[in-house]
Every structure is written in C-alpha cells, then in structure tokens.
Design a protein around this ligand. Sequence first.
Ligand code: ASP
Ligand code: MG
Length: 472
Amino acid sequence: MKIVVMKFGGTSVEDSAAIGRTAAIVASRTAMGKSPVVVVSAMAKVTDQLLRAATAASQGDRAGALAISSRLRCRHRDTAADLVKDAAESVALARLIDEKFAALEEILRGLSAIRELTPRIADLIVSHGERLSSRVVTAAFRERGIDAVHVDAREFIITDSEFQKAAPIHDLIEKRTPEKLAPHLRSNLVPVIGGFIASNEAGLTTTLGRGGSDYTGALVGGALDAETIEIWTDVDGIMTADPRVCPDALRVKEISFEEAAELAYFGAKVLHPATILPAVKKNIPVQVLNSRNAACEGTRIVSLAPHCKSPFKSIAVKKKLSIIDIVASRMLMSHGYMSQMFAIFDKHKCPVDMVSTSEVSVSLTVDSNSSLPKIAADLSKLADVKYEGRKALVCMVGEDIRGQSGIAAQVFNAIRHINVRMISQGASEINMSFMIEEDDADEAVRSLHAAFFQNPDPAVFDVEARKLAASL
Ligand code: ASP
Ligand code: MG
C-alpha cells in the first residue's frame, strides 16, 4: 500500500473554492493508486479568532465572545451549504456544526463568568477550529465521490499535559495510529483528520502548539510508514531568495532537512522543520506543494541532500535586528563572564541570534525589542555597552559549502560595496551569516543572488521557469 499523508493548511481549506481544489488534489492521488490520509488545519484565521473569543470571554466580554462565535458559525454553515448539496448529508452536517457551536458557546459563557482562561480551556476552545474544518472537508469529499471517513485525532495523537504546546508521546502514537487508521485504509477509505489537536492520556484535549498541523502530518506519516508526506500550502516551495526582492529567484527542487531548518529560523514561512522531524527520522521525504498551483512540483525535503554543483541553496534575510557591543577590557574574558552576560539576556527573556567575540569585546545580535534599554542598563554594570538598531542578518545556506575553500572570499567579493558589521560561520558548517545595515539588505541579496545563482545546478533548481521568462 502506498500511503501518502496529505496535510492541507488553513488557506487550502479557507472557503468552498479552496476545499473544492483540495478535493480534486486528493482525488488525483487516489487515481494514481495511492492511499491518502488527509490532515487539515482549521479554516484560515479561525484559530486566531477562537483565541480572541476566549480572551474576550475571560475579560467578561460575553457579548463580544459570542459575536465572534456567531460569525464563525455562519462561515462554517455557509461553506458547508456551498459544498454539500445532498439533502440528507447537508442536514446532518448543519446539525453537527450547530452542536459544536452550542458546546463552544457554553464554554465561552462559563468562561465569561469565571474570568480565568487556563491553557487547558484555551486548548479546548481552539480545538473547535480543526474539529469543524475536518467535518466540513469530510462531507465535501464524500459529495465529490471520495470515500472519506472522519477520524478524531484525539483518539491516537496522545501527548503529555503541557496544554497549548503539548509534546507527543511517541510510543502511544506509533501504536494507536495504525490501529485506528489501517482498517480504514484496508477498506479503501480516505481518513480525514484535524491537525494540531490531540489529547493527553486522561482524554483531555491538548494542542501541539501554533502551526501544529504539520506536526500531526509528520507524526501520522511516521507512525504509518508513509511513502511521502505532502504539505500543501499557498507558495510554490522554498525559493533561492525572496522573489519580491529578487525577481529571478528560483524554486529549490530538493533541499536537506538541515538546510531547511537553518532557513526556517529566518521566517521562511513555508514550514517549521522541527515539526517534520518524526518524518525525517524515518527517512520519509516531505514534499511542500502549492494547492493554488497543484501542477508545480514544489520542494522536496529529504534527510540527505543530493550533491549540488552550486554551493548555496538559498539566501535568507532577517530584518529588525539590533547589534549590542560589549567591551570589557577590565575583565579580559575572565572565567564566568560570559555566563553573567547571558544570564542578563535570560532574565529579560531575550533570545540572542548571533555572537562574536574577541579578547576584550563581545558583539551580539537580538531582535529589536522594547527591553533593550533595560538589558543595556544591566549589562553596563559589567562592561561598556553600545547598541544600535536597524540591522539585518543575511544568511546563506548550503550543504555544499562544507569543506570548500574560497567560498567566503566569493561571498564578500560579491558584496564588497556593502559595509559588513559582523560575520559568523555557524557550527553547522552549512550556513554563512553576516550582519549589515537594514537599508543595504535588498541590494546585498540581489548581488549575492547574481553571483551564486547565475548558472545554478538544474538538478536542484527549477531553471525552466527562468528560461521561459527569458524567451517571452
Ligand atoms: N490551526 C492551527 C494554527 O493556526 C494549527 C495549524 O494550522 O497548523 O496554529
Ligand atoms: Mg501552517
């Protein structure tokens, strides 16, 4: 059996047109003789709106919370009515939606009386997004001739009790997922599951953290030893650079998990690689695809990258950073000094991006944030401190720079007209990052792209699109 786990994000189920496209994509996989297992997010923005309703209720704004819920009810009812025409099915689905909203509204009313929003209640409230979308999608699939069956993820995605960011209990998931899903697959049914939601061992609803549906997809794919996991989003995949900055950016056809992980940190919004770790561990390839452009083959994320003739796969940029320079000639990096310094960042809960040290000074970069003056005040008890905002970090990622000489020279030659403030080549040896002024960032990306992606390896990059553009 060729099992393919297909995860559809919020924009792929945002309205009846999107759900119609999603159904056609799933049908194309069954036509290829594959056995799909479908994982869906809540309809786009629903999770945010449910959280807003929860917050409003917990502040005593009962009417506000119920107004959000009633708008959501209309949206789900209207989408369902658009998609499901069969009289009996449509009545059953409308009733199901009403039941779920009745339950949700009861929780919201209770919350507005108690006025305390615990993580456990927040999870119960947001879980309605996926519980609803998965029902609507199942009915829409059936209407379109797909033998879909709804399965509640909370029966087999079992987690600890860390509500809002629960950790999966792998042994239980590995055991229960095939128990629940294999019988359906053997009967040629297509299971449809809400992503993101789970339950603890006591049966209470938990969630895997924001964006957690990808995680569900990988957990299910791992537990079923799927052939592939497809993550359907609304972009063509990972690109060599941001196409808005660099119009001749190319789609990366294949990238390693480690490379994707480095890029994700820079907000390459495609997916968070930590969430696909269960798939990578089992060597199951993850394909990122665009549900609005299903013909595009997307980006394949694999455990081991193929050898690539181009040293880099992609250039990412992170803006709105600040650089902090700490000069302490007095302490001369005496022992314990670094830990005192980092303790200050820790106290202010401020993550540090990049660190570079010399005998007497340390430079660090952090997201520009409002606690910087306080951090600087604390640091100035240890040393002289200066900080400056409006910086950008440019990061070039590629496994093939490992052990190659002369790459740094080529990088800095390409941007010799730009002032570089800080340089780091990560311990991972697959990224080269440097810090520049934010205003120089776009120009730097274009220069680097021109230098490194002039003749890209056609096995790894989609050069056809560029040829097509040139011939027009
Ligand atoms: N609906 C959840 C969220 O918006 C999970 C997901 O879509 O992945 O975070
Ligand atoms: Mg997502």
